[in-house]
Design a protein around this ligand. Sequence first.
Ligand SMILES: [Zn+2]
Length: 340
Amino acid sequence: MTDPREFIHRLPKAELHLHIEGSLEPEMMFALARKNGIALPYASVEAVRAAYDFSDLQSFLDLYYAGAAVLRTERDFYELTAAYLRRAIADEVRHAELFFDPQTHTARGVPLAAVFAGIAGALRQARAEHGFSGRMILCFLRHLSEAEAFATLDAALPLRAEYAGLWIGVGLDSGELGNPPEKFAGVFARARDLGLRVVAHAGEEGPPAYVRGALDALEAERIDHGVRAEEDPALLRRLVETQTPLTVCPLSNLKLRVVKDLREHNLARLLRAGLCVTLNSDDPAYFGGYLNANFIAAAEALALSRDELAALARNSFRASFVSEAERRPWLDEIDALAAR
Ligand SMILES: [Zn+2]
């Protein structure tokens, strides 16, 4: 198998940094808006796509929240998740830990139970029909207060038994600058006490100090993005030593202008320096591609070798929150493919 695209396609992969609301394609946005009687600030699917010319994280978030407003019912969340899972399965993704943003929905009067039930329904169906392994990570919106994050966690806890084995952790997303990790130290401590896994976005637009904050104040087990950690050599050494995974999203970084050109992206440098780097699609409907598209774009821009592509796939399972026994068959499959 000499074609790198074929190799990428066939690699079993896990996706660990995917906001389910960010997989809302414009066609579905329009269909749900029509069904739910919601007026969109765009005349057509083409007009939405034309608006995807972002200048930074905030310009994207403005469109992202407008789009998410069409999601109203359990069925809407089910359809959204099922559509992502069809694409993921086609990309040979075997395991995904999906981020979802309850506060974006509860603020509009959508019941939290409908959000959980819709996402979980699609994950359970994919498990039954395709053996797909899925989990859910509830993210707090960092531009809101810690008190609001506590209220969201408290509202979700009564659902925990119903979604045991699916809802496994909490994360932190949305506008990074001006909202350092320390702001959420209390609610993350409570989540850890409850036995939830913890991850956090840091070092996307924010400085390396935010990565340190996520590690020290939140005790984050993975850093989402984290690419700006490279500016702090001592921090990089620490990430190599602890093997704390970074969930890197190349097409997102390009689209939100974290890098001007993918050839300037540091993911290959970070990988070659010994960090546990994984590749992910972040908000694929908005950033121009799902997981394999991110692998292909990164491989071509950075001349990633087959061994490096296999290492990225292995890292995705190593960095996931599954047991050693669950991860073993996927790693064996990667080894077999890489040995050919
Ligand atoms: Zn993200």
